[in-house]
Design a protein around this ligand. Structure first.
Ligand code: CU
Length: 191
């Protein structure tokens, strides 16, 4: 029993780990993708959509579809040039690049009555490597570097600079956190 629970927790942990980095947004929340008065502009406002996040459209596929369209087609509620149309009733869209994405329901009258969604996708928040300082002068090579001549004992070299610290610190922190959390949960269960 304890073993099974521990296993379940490990699975849960593995499944939950990516959630720290990507968010899944259910469009319209519990209302889903519908033409019954959900304002998708309001739903989207205040949310930050980042590359790697996903949108989930839940809808009655006998009535609605999801069409990804251009901005102008979004404005004019035209689905005739849709980039992609989905009709499976539960559509997951991965936000794969920064920029705006536009979705409408192609069913006649639905888009014009508000069944349309635009999202602005920002680049994923990853630990960025510091940019080189702009306009700085390139450091001059160390003067007086001696080349050891043959026959003389080698001169001691200057100590190499320590490796840059902090790269990937955020992700390793997340991993560490997951590990500790998982261990605690398993210990709590088995103990
Ligand atoms: Cu519709």
């Amino acid at each position: 029993m304890a073993m099974a629970l521990a296993t379940a927790f490990v699975i849960l942990l593995v499944a939950a780990a990516p959630a720290a980095y990507a968010t899944q947004y259910v469009v319209g929340d519990s209302a889903g993708w519908t033409n019954f008065g959900t304002d998708y502009g309001t739903w989207a406002s205040g949310k930050t959509f980042a590359v790697g996040d996903t949108l989930v459209f839940n809808y009655d596929s006998s009535t609605h579809k999801v069409a990804e369209v251009s901005q102008s087609d979004y404005n004019s509620c035209s689905a005739s040039n849709a980039v992609q149309t989905y009709s499976d009733g539960s559509t997951t869209i991965s936000l794969s690049k920064p920029g705006s994405m536009y979705f409408i329901c192609p069913t006649a009258g639905h888009c014009s009555s508000g069944m349309k969604l635009s999202v602005s996708v920002v680049a994923a928040a990853t630990p960025t490597t510091p940019a080189p300082p702009s306009g700085s002068t390139t450091p001059a090579p160390p003067s007086g570097s001696t080349t050891p001549s043959a026959g003389t004992p080698p001169t001691t070299r200057a100590a190499s600079p320590p490796p840059p610290a902090g790269n990937g610190a955020a992700s390793s922190f997340c991993n560490m956190y997951s590990l500790i959390l998982g261990s605690l949960l398993i210990l709590a269960l088995m103990g």
